[in-house]
Design a protein. Structure first.
Lengths: 574, 365
């Protein structure tokens, strides 16, 4: 009886198509491929760096001798101490400044928050050394404010510290805005209900909530400063730091093992920062429950105006500094002839390569954005959504997180040692734009990977289960569901990779060849050659390109994505 | 009442699953007949969802066998097991229309477009959403979304339907209506169905058989009536409906001693005289009104509190003689009105011998 009803209600039992590709096999092969790729572009270069630090220049085994030599050579140890001094000072200045700014953005009702945040993030779109170049115009030998230094020179710790502050400010700001943004409004209401004073509320509620963010920001800034190459190169003068030392050892003296030792020293704070950050994220998540209510500041005219004044001042300094560099690139002869000209944008006049490096950068950045986005997003999907080959997926996840703990300069050194080695068949890549692109992708892999993973985690994990029950292989679900849902994130990734590929100096400084010099490296050379205005011009072009990419993303978001993703809107059609 | 053929449609043998030191599932054996509607019922963490996911192949068991339609699928991937599944979260693809969601499993089979469209229309009519195919999931109510999920799960005509707490995210009213509809649909299609739920009312109302689970083990399998009337353990008795428990000692045959009171009890269950047991009875089985002091198992009590619960009152009763605990009795609103019971009042109640159940001491709920 029951059978006949089944037949009536479901007239045709649908025949299952014989599946051409065994899903598990495809998945396993893809995960294995991802592991292999990450081993090649991340693990092996770093491993080679480690081994190199234990070798003699001739290639024999040196054991820890290189480290002993390092610490018994006063000039080398000086660079280490200099790096620590500059980094500590920068942390002490930037973290409180950024905290105040983040507080104004998240805990007050001041106006123009969107604009202020956008302007404060400006340094992210320029190569780090642009702030250094700007300072030479402001406080350098011909600088219009050099009197403020009372006879001291900007070429040294003072210049490095100021420039690093400008450069690292947005990095600290992003972390602190996130930390302060994750607040439970109910705690403030509870404190107010018990008649708690402002200061006590700040000390007992605000600070504990943000303390992990503060620690994290301090470590990130410290690491950025210790490993930054561009700024000390431009404005460091005779003041040597770890990053310039590593460059000098490898490029200047061809002392690879000693370069490797310096690289490993730079790895220490970065790895520490990484470990602390992991620890913090675990704790931070437990601070907020699903029942938390976000804090919303009520208007308070005095506080809000003070906040606006403070944020405006800080933003003003940042924008003005970068503005000076851009302005200077249009000045005929600083400071004697201030008439405007486009001469400095005729790069061929200052450098035989002309605009070549810029086009190289553009091609490289576009390939990193294009190929890198595909690799990162598909990789994140494989790791996050597949169930098979757990060992392989865990291994890939570990490798994907590793670059965050590795400064660009250190990764670049690893690439030199690995991809330039005579025994390595991949050394044909050395000096090609392809290797520069690969290196840049590896350098920025983690942040892109985490962004993609976060977006994928927000998708119902049962989608894959449902698909499996419907006998639909995972790649179909990826194409028809996961990818369309994550489209905004995918574009975000592409722009992130593009902007960083345009502006990076530290990793690629070791890797470019005669025909593959990048724009950011050209800036270093122009500055070395004394054509500072041309360097400023090139940096301005890079910044304009990066900003244009960002703007394009905003437009695409507004006009394309919003329309294509009608399914996100709740409206009920009639 | 067990529907089904002589050979079970689904057979589970010694199924175990561990997560680290935690044993989620401890050697489960179960047989389910063709066309049967079975509910897995238990508190959270009892392993009911684990069984479902193992049957679906979404997780892999550590030990044990699974047979579907007398085919061993113990190590087969989900795609080779022939089932449809509905989740609590609906798991509808948000970027696809209702029609595309339902057609998701059909498109992959290279069916002609016209046939896919016809099948989608048929399924949406089946779940009572005939004119919603162009909408996106976000534009539907929770109940409507769950119907779409059901249609999608049925689209490929699977031989087994798995429902993972499908109604838990819905409002009480919608839940009641949808559970009737699901049950009717299941009967009409005759599809073997397993539903996981923590809601005992849902399980009792829908299932042919209920599988009560606790701590990774099956406590009892039976029809809803069996489970309610003859609970196999104190856990089942307590989890299904309400039950009052008192510490007691077995007296003689049909005799049980609670505190200083001797009660007549029909539930001997072969306990040795003088051994300690847990005595249980349901609140609605206590007789209140027209009870005299000389009646069987009559006890004088004082009404300590009365709780109004709509169609009935729940009374907490303090025995005048020591029973080692208070009693809970449910009184219909009518009875409450007739007897004019008030807090603080003294009256006689009786515990009918047939309503008393004895459980071993070890099986505390």
């Amino acid at each position: 009886m029951a059978r006949t009803i089944v037949a009536a209600a479901l007239p045709e039992a649908v025949p299952a198509r014989s599946r051409a590709l065994p899903e598990n096999l495809v998945g396993t092969v893809l995960v294995a491929g991802l592991c292999l790729l990450l081993v090649l572009i991340i693990a092996l270069p770093l491993g080679t760096l480690l081994i190199k630090s234990l070798e003699t220049p001739a290639g024999g085994l040196a054991g820890l001798d290189n480290f002993r030599t390092y610490f018994s050579t006063p000039t080398l140890v000086d660079a280490l101490l200099n790096s620590l001094t500059v980094a500590t000072t920068t942390v002490a200045i930037v973290v409180p400044l950024a905290f105040g700014y983040a507080y104004a953005l998240t805990r007050t009702a001041m106006r123009f928050k969107g604009v202020l945040l956008a302007l404060a993030l400006l340094p992210l779109f320029a190569p780090s050394l642009l702030s250094g170049i700007a300072l030479t115009y402001i406080l350098g030998n011909q600088g219009f404010l050099r009197g403020m230094l009372f006879g001291r020179t900007v070429y040294g710790p003072i210049g490095i510290t100021i420039a690093e502050c400008l450069y690292s400010f947005p990095h600290a700001l992003i972390i602190l805005v996130t930390a302060l943004g994750l607040s439970d409004g109910r705690l403030y209401e509870a404190a107010a209900a018990m008649g708690t004073g402002r200061l006590r509320t700040f000390v007992t509620v605000t600070l504990p909530g943000a303390r992990y963010g503060l620690v994290s920001a301090a470590f990130v800034v410290f690491t950025l400063v210790v490993t930054d190459f561009g700024i000390p190169k431009v404005i460091g003068g005779q003041y040597s730091v770890l990053a310039t030392d590593a460059y000098r050892q490898v490029v200047g003296q061809q002392n690879f093992p000693m370069g490797a030792v310096v690289g490993l020293l730079m790895l220490v704070p970065a790895v520490l920062a990484f470990a602390v950050d992991r620890l913090i994220q675990r704790r931070q998540s437990s601070l907020l429950s699903a029942r938390s209510v976000p804090y919303e500041a009520k208007p308070n005219p005095v506080r809000d105006r003070l906040s606006l004044a403070y944020a405006g001042l800080v933003t003003g300094v940042v924008v003005a500094t970068y503005g000076v560099a851009v302005w200077a690139s249009f000045i005929r002869y600083w400071p004697y002839n201030l008439s405007l000209t486009l001469d400095h944008y005729d790069f061929a006049a200052a450098d035989a390569d002309g605009w070549g490096p810029y086009w190289n950068s553009l091609v490289m950045a576009l390939s990193v954005a294009g190929i890198g986005t595909v690799v990162v997003f598909c990789g994140a999907y494989l790791i996050e959504k597949l169930k098979l080959f757990p060992t392989g997926r865990a291994f890939a996840q570990l490798l994907a997180m590793l670059p965050l703990a590795v400064p660009g300069l250190v990764l670049g050194l690893g690439y030199v040692f690995f991809f330039n080695a005579p025994w390595n068949p991949l050394n044909v890549l050395y000096g090609t734009l392809a290797l520069l692109a690969i290196n840049t992708l590896a350098h920025y892999y983690t942040v892109a990977h985490v962004t993609a993973t976060t977006a994928l985690k927000q998708i119902d994990p049962e989608f894959e289960s449902v698909s499996a029950s419907l006998k639909v292989p995972f790649w179909q679900t990826f194409r028809r569901v996961s990818l369309p849902i994550c489209m905004p994130t995918v574009l975000e990734l592409a722009v992130y990779l593009f902007v960083n590929a345009m502006t990076t100096v530290s990793a690629v400084i070791f890797l470019y060849g005669p025909d593959t010099k990048l724009a950011a490296i050209a800036i270093v050379h122009m500055d070395e050659a004394g054509t500072t205005a041309t360097a400023a011009a090139m940096a301005s072009v890079i910044m304009a390109t990066a900003l244009a990419a960002r703007l394009l993303l905003a437009l695409v978001h507004r006009f394309v994505i919003a329309r294509a993703q009608a399914w996100r809107r709740r409206e009920v059609s009639a | 009442m067990t529907v089904g053929d002589v050979t079970p449609f689904l057979k589970v043998d010694g199924l175990s699953k561990r997560y680290g030191a935690f044993t989620a599932l401890d050697r489960i054996d179960l047989e389910i007949g063709r066309g049967e509607f079975v509910c897995f019922l238990g508190p959270s963490g009892c392993g009911k969802t684990t069984v479902l996911r193992l049957i679906a192949g979404l997780d892999r068991q550590d030990e044990g066998r699974i047979e579907i339609g007398s085919r061993d699928v113990s190590s087969a991937p989900p795609a080779e097991r022939d089932f449809g599944i509905v989740f609590q979260s609906y798991a509808l693809f948000p970027n696809l229309t209702v029609g595309d969601n339902v057609a998701y499993g059909l498109v992959n089979r290279r069916m002609p477009k016209a046939r896919v469209a016809a099948r989608v229309a048929e399924l949406l009519a089946l779940v009572g959403l005939p004119d919603q195919r162009g909408k996106y999931p976000v534009q539907l109510s929770g109940g409507q979304q769950q119907r779409v999920a059901l249609a999608r799960a049925l689209a490929t005509s699977p031989s087994l339907l798995l429902l993972d707490e499908p109604l838990s995210a819905l409002d009480a009213k919608v839940r009641t209506r949808l559970r009737e509809e699901i049950r009717l649909l299941q009967k009409r299609l005759g599809i073997t169905t397993i539903m996981v739920t923590h809601d005992q009312e849902e399980a009792l109302a829908m299932a042919d058989r209920v599988v009560v689970m606790n701590r990774g083990r099956i406590e009892q399998v039976g029809t809803p009536e069996d489970i309610y009337r003859q609970p196999a353990s104190a856990f089942v008795a307590d989890f299904i409906g309400a039950m009052t428990f008192l510490d007691a000692t077995v007296g003689g045959p049909c005799q049980i001693r609670v505190g200083s009171v001797d009660l007549v009890c029909e539930d001997g269950r072969g306990f040795i005289p003088d051994s300690p047991v847990r005595l249980g009875f349901r609140p609605e089985e206590i007789r209140v009104g027209n009870v005299r002091a000389t009646d069987v198992n009559a006890i004088e009590v004082r009404v300590r509190s009365l709780e109004f619960l709509g169609s009935f009152y729940r009374a907490r009763l303090e025995p005048s003689r020591d029973l080692g605990g208070s009693l809970v009795a449910d009184l219909s609103a009518n009875l409450h009105g007739d007897l004019a019971i008030a807090e603080g009042q003294y009256l006689y109640v009786s515990l009918p011998p047939a309503a008393l159940r004895a459980f071993p001491v070890a099986s505390r709920p």
